[in-house]
Design a protein around this ligand. Sequence first.
Ligand SMILES: Cc1cc2nc3c(=O)[nH]c(=O)nc-3n(C[C@H](O)[C@H](O)[C@H](O)COP(=O)(O)OP(=O)(O)OC[C@H]3O[C@@H](n4cnc5c(N)ncnc54)[C@H](O)[C@@H]3O)c2cc1C
Length: 481
Amino acid sequence: MKYDLIVVGMGPSSVFLAYELIQLNNYKNVLLIDQGKPVDKRMCPIEKIGKCVNCKPHCNITCGFSGAGAFSDGKLNSYHLSSKDKDGNIYLGGNGGGYIKKYMTKKQITDLLTYTDQIYLKFGADKKLHGIEHMDEIKKLQDKAIKSNLNLVSYPIRHLGTEKAHILYGKIQNYLKDNGINMMFETEVRDLIVDKNKIKGVEVFDINKNIYQNIYASKVVLAVGRKGASWLSNICKTHKIETKIGSVDIGVRYELPDKIMSKINEYMYEGKFIGRPFPYGDKVRTFCQNPSGFVSAEVYDNGLTLVNGHSYKDKKSTNTNLAILVSHHFTYPFNKPIEYGENIAKNLNSLGGNSIMVQRLGDIFRGRRTWPEDLENNSVKPTLKSAVAGDITYGLGYRTMSDIIQFIKDVDNVVEGFAHPDNLLYAPEIKFYSNEIVLNKNFETNIKGLYSIGDGGGLTTGLMMASCSGVQMARILSKKK
Ligand SMILES: Cc1cc2nc3c(=O)[nH]c(=O)nc-3n(C[C@H](O)[C@H](O)[C@H](O)COP(=O)(O)OP(=O)(O)OC[C@H]3O[C@@H](n4cnc5c(N)ncnc54)[C@H](O)[C@@H]3O)c2cc1C
């Protein structure tokens, strides 16, 4: 089998790459490969039976058409609609959007975001933007945050909602199919075929037929997301693909009543707090806030279960959940951030009997574990019913734990009740990024014809930017044709 182009993975970065190739109309023979299923066949059993059954061979939440986007909360960070500088370019502070800004000018990113946002709207994204009204109230909260050594970042957000994200990506899947994009599902890419430093194709394993085969192409794009981060790291070692040591974000999913978060939820939908709490000065941030949402579990390679969260457009809980993540950058002689994160996850999974663990904040303050009966009497009821009451402090390192606790206290100065003892901490929440792949400005690795986009190689960190990286990749490839 021979194609002009193979894309490994079918997350948003890959899907938007294929969409844009159709518009540019000069690649005829394109193949997308994913180890998961088409979006309409992806179902998470937790919806029906209330607990994660560790779907084999791959988790339905993270794998298949539209990747981790399908069951995501679908918050599209519309950076391009936020405050602009005097030249009309966007502010991309912090790590907003990932490393893609190293490869493009602000003007290029602004235009790309505007274009990509229009595609989401075309396929049915909600026109409503959160975080653009109530600017005075947002400013007051931001001023309060500064006094507590925190930065409260505000971007306009479009919210698809988990169930609507599924429908939207379903429409894109049909569009790609109708326009001649080849898609191979339930197929794992096991290896790359490289000869004299040039890509020649991929070796795949068909899960249903239980057979290996080689598929050839002179251009291959890796779009494997965080799910594929560990695989990607190994592939980089095998084929000497140049990387820089990356980081790993480790923390908890925090759940508290909507009432406490009401202002942030109403004014911003998602408040991104960033701090560097005493004494370590590590970067700690809130991420992926889900008003009236649900805490969820997802299973990664090696059977690791990680916590996440999402919210529906229509079905609502009375709790808000958000991630509190500590960025870990290691220095000489240790250079294995992924293994470090995996070991933390293994320990926590084992302590929780292979389920996500949950603990009351008040119990952490008092130095005791949480028991199931404590949860029954707790004012905040866990929305992840399969979570096991326990002691997460056995699994998270002292430095991570101390960062999280100090950060929660700092945010409490801005959002009263943020440090209420009944609030819940679930662990492990870990964001794996592969070691950052070294790319040239065409997103090409040191192997000729091999490219990398999306979250997997560290280029982006979210739906919107992953999608943008796909559009940009299509434009680059079309110029090279
Ligand atoms: C529950 C949840 C909620 C989220 N909420 C938000 C949100 O509200 N806003 C936001 O911006 N982001 C959110 N995210 C993150 C967002 O989904 C990702 O940033 C985005 O999907 C990254 O896109 P990607 O194309 O890089 O990779 P992914 O979407 O991760 O897709 C990668 C694909 O590659 C496939 N793959 C990997 N390795 C192989 C291999 N060897 N062979 C074959 N296939 C392979 C995987 O099966 C997967 O389908 C959420 C994620 C989750 C899980």
